[in-house]
Design a protein around this ligand. Sequence first.
Ligand code: MOS
Length: 732
Amino acid sequence: MRFDTPATTNPIDRMKVVGQPLDRIDGPLKTTGTAPYAYERHDVVPDQAYGWIVGSAIASGRITAMDLRAARAAPGVIAIVTHENAGHLGKGARNVAHLLGGPEIEHYHQAIALVVAESFEQARAAAALLRVEYEASEAKFDLAAAKAAGVGPSEDSPDKTVGDFARAFDAAPVRLDETYSTPDQSHAMMEPHATIAAWDGDRVDVWLSNQMVAWTTGDLAKTLGIPKEKVRLRSPYIGGGFGGKLFLRSDTLLAVLGAREAKRPVKVALQRPLIANNTTHRPATIQRIRIGATRDGKITAIGHESCSGNLPDGKPEEAVQQTELLYAGANRLTGLRLARLDLPEGNAMRAPGEAPGLMALEVAMDEMAEKLGLDPVEFRIRNDTQVDPAHPDRPFSKRQLVECLRLGAERFGWDKRDPRPGQRRDGRWLVGMGMAAGFRNNLLMKSGARVRLDRQGRVTVESDMTDIGTGSYTIMAQTAAEMMGVPVGEVTVRLGDSSFPVSAGSGGQWGANNATAGVYAACVRLRETVAQKAGFNAGDAVFAEGAVQAGNRSVPLSEVARDGELVAEDAIEYGDLGKRYQQSTFAGHFVELGVDAATGETRIRRMLAVCAAGRILNPKSARSQVIGAMTMGVGAALMEALEVDKRRGFFANHDLASYEVPVHADIPHQEVVFLDETDPMSSPMKAKGVGELGLCGVGAAVANAIHNATGIRVRDYPITLDKLIDRLPASV
Ligand code: MOS
């Protein structure tokens, strides 16, 4: 189904099932430990051997010798895979460094071997006997130093300008020019990357934990140099991904190579201490923001340049994305700087682009409001735009940022905030409030599905879509139930299998709208088939209560499918509505916190997010997404940082004991409000992404609240107590 004109009234608008706060249908499986993750698939193939990955002990250089003799002779060892016996390997289209290193080493903890043994303990013990000699080469690990040495715009991403930024900024009566930095961060999902691989002749079956089944199927085939029809992936349940599982990673490639070498199925879980350096991470940024405004608070010039590092062929963190679209202003400059570093690959993590970008922009806006003597909510409202500022003939499909900010301020009690910092005291706590705008783009991606109607009138949906803890099973079931007029309990959803139609997959908050629109498209087809079989005009047929009806005749679906299962398949494909209209999602984020007047420890007290993100397909699962995202925002503001060892080139705190993320005790009351909205430009579902929106802006709201509490402006995340303690107001 081609979607190239705005959606009109359709069966989803009935909202009998879609839009209801249904419990996740996979919830009981998750909470009873019976939703199997990849590593737990003991049932799928017999005789699984265990693989242990060995990571490089240098960041850059080459392996000069590998002595495998002791490891090979160790008890239980079946096979060892290294670059010496792996054969020729290609590189996936979405991989930056090779997933099996050697002799060249591209980054620290790049996989250099897989040891396969009868037991996990034997594989681990044998791996410790590997003797590897390296020759390290000169390399760069320091973003600030690389930036200071000079990094300009690249050919791939030239600066974007509107009007005359330099002149307008110089002429502006009120100006801000500040630099903000965000650190490297790790996804820290609960389930590590894990794979079971089993060969059958020239075909390989893979059970894994992956967000994007079709991407990864293609990249595995490409790396192995075999047709993708010979590769079958299954990723039905995923214990978190956050962008870390968008791509083929070493656990999968090495399980596949290990199974080939061992001639039996092999399972591999990437060891937790390898994840930070072996896989991808969110790269650190250094962001310069300049804002010029009139004395009454109209922005006349806005500039945002972001510098980040990556391996050769890696991309910059697109931290300036939101600055192109969030506020009005006739003169603009945005640019990305990419420094070549030899740290592990930087890539997508939890709302790449906007999440770190807003951590800078929305603090700059707070600082600017302070300079102007304006309330920060009011300053943002004054600079709203309903069109793409660089292309004024291109409106937003729907933009309710102002509504989010106003409603949020009202619900949060923003009028109780004292604009003068450091005024409110509660015992030992300095108490402050902060806010920020939230912004995240809505992406349109082709997405397919197959639907089946069986003789009992039950509906089955099949798609390679993944559920990374987000609720995909549930909203896809709701969509099919609404379209076919059956109770949601009569729908079975089967996901994450590369033999099913290719979906949008899970990433960039594009999963929900696109994947359900794919189900919608397939259901439109199935409705046509059913109507025809029942002798109705497809246009007249109404699907409700397990039957198809037209005029005064009603036929149960089970009767229509009496002679055998009916099957339909289709995909949603998009025209240019995403180009003609800017499609984005908006939020107002509000935070109240306390800073310990003696220690500088920050404790969040309450949080509110007001979101405008099109139709909310399931308010319960959407809320869960948003509160999880808000929690990630607190992590980014207060705790999360991979510490770079600048001599050896690795992230030193590469486990969950030393890479800190918020726990339940860190997160107090959270409230989420969804504006009642539909966006007919997004898809027949009229929905948009919302999960990542819940994160975008939160970090800045926390930083702004710390400023309001203490008067201290920290422009270098995370805002740990050492950055506050020397500057706290004198204790009373
Ligand atoms: Mo998301 S970081 O695009 O999985």
